[in-house]
Write a protein that binds this ligand. Sequence first.
Ligand code: NAI
Length: 343
Amino acid sequence: MTTHQIVLIPGDGIGPEVAAATVRVLEAAQAPLQWVEHHAGVAALETLGDVLPEQTLDAVRERGIALKGPCTTPIGEGFTSVNVQLRKRLDLYAAVRPVRNLPGIQTRYQNVDLVVIRENTEGLYSGIENEITQGVVTSLKVATELASTRIGRWAFQYARDRGRKKVTVMHKANIMKLTDGMFIRCARSVREAERFTDIDYEEVIIDAGCMKLVQDPTQFDMLLLENLYGDVLSDLCAGFVGGLGVVPGANIGTDCAVFEAVHGSAPDIAGKGVANPLALIMSGVMMLNHIADTRGDESCRAAAGRIRDAYNQALSDGRKTRDLGGQLGTEEFASALIDRLAG
Ligand code: NAI
């Protein structure tokens, strides 16, 4: 049996807690994985003197896949976001965040099943900020045809591969005519030029789009967004289905993929053993399916299916962490899944 080497980046705050719980669950599901631990964020700054050490990036390049806990970006000058840098340096241009209702979690909405696709390398996250003169600063929003086209192509291909019906681009091209204008033009062109016209497509101005989303999120199937809008709307959409503890994510590039939850390092609950590990466990499920898709190892898809069954069952049985109104701690929730994997 092939064993896949995965770079494990535990991260900061609740990161090491949810990463440890996730590793236990993946091992109990007999996923054929071998962990190679590397660090990023404050954890790396303290031990290696750099928030994003070259050896961590090299390890991901070499193995092709990482599972990552959230990283804190130290506040202050000289630190650009670890997460933004990691995605840029590895050219992980497509962020994928599936948002679905889960059994046993009551929310305002039912039948939410949407996928947020976020362009991960450009926009206002270029980190190019300048002080023009005292009291006047700028932040540069960068958009290229290359990146706007490839994320459009990626979204339509994803839609086709997964049987999705509609891609909605949310934008502000009425104001940012060049940058957002290019983003929608590229999505439109790649759809026409590469014959994705079987997939419905719409463009919605983002302020009205937010109103439509909160009125009825089930009217959307896939959202295609530039970097900042994707960041903001991912958290908003998480609120439809139970919050940040239940939304997984993947950052996909041409050569590597890094799987991580949408949530951050949650300093308010770090070290207390109460964080919900489910978002990272679900990211692990996405990772196993990705290995099956890209390397043809069906034992990974089978392990992913077992974990999905285990968490659906645990949630249905009311076994939940506190963010979802339950009583369980991080490790207790992982154990509830492991019991069901064994049963
Ligand atoms: P956050 O996502 O860490 O926390 C927001 C709220 O959600 C907090 O009340 C937190 O307790 C709760 N929460 C988040 N994840 C949870 C979980 N798994 N279980 C239960 N409750 C959970 O966002 P915040 O506070 O804005 O950021 C904190 C730090 O995380 C910052 O340094 C930020 O830069 C970093 N961050 C890192 C990300 C990454 O590594 N991908 C993504 C987002 C933020």
